[in-house]
Design a protein around this ligand. Structure first.
Ligand SMILES: [Cu+2]
Length: 150
């Protein structure tokens, strides 16, 4: 049983490595990029990634775009009245020097809307992130049904 678990854990690690697809641009590093496969006929979904600012200057994420979605918003989750989770769009996002900013399932996320062509599980889409200092950076994100980074 232990051996089985070990093998399983190893397989899981390999899978995670494959979808991590680490992209590096100047002082910014990107990892854990993925997009949730839209549910049913929905033309909206959420996207996630981690941005590491390895540099000494603060940068600012100004916008995100993709060919597959008419609009992508930056959404922040806040715990509202009675513990109800509310999401709030923000215009841009500070990426402090030496810090990491996470968009992850159940927290801040990218909101993709106006998806015309259905996204297939396993496909990669390109997210173009526009930063104040670093400019445009393309980060591939895989379409997945479930969060590979729980
Ligand atoms: Cu949202």
């Amino acid at each position: 049983m232990h051996q089985f678990f070990h093998t399983f854990a190893k397989a899981l690690c390999v899978g995670v490595l494959l979808v991590t697809d680490l992209a590096i641009a100047a002082d910014l590093e990107f990892s854990k990029a993925w997009v949730r496969a839209p549910i049913g006929q929905s033309n909206m979904t959420a996207g996630y990634l981690v941005i590491d600012n390895k540099g000494e200057k603060e940068d600012r994420l100004l916008s995100v775009q993709s060919d597959v979605a008419a609009k992508i918003e930056l959404h922040q989750n806040n715990n509202g009245e009675g513990g109800v989770m509310r999401m709030r769009p923000v215009d841009d996002l500070q990426i402090p020097a030496g810090k990491s900013v996470s968009f992850r399932s159940g927290a801040d996320h990218l909101m993709l809307s106006g998806i015309e062509t259905p996204l297939k599980v396993g496909d990669f889409i390109n997210l173009t992130l526009t930063f104040k200092l670093a400019g445009d950076i393309v980060v591939p994100a895989q379409v997945l049904r479930r969060n590979p980074y729980p």
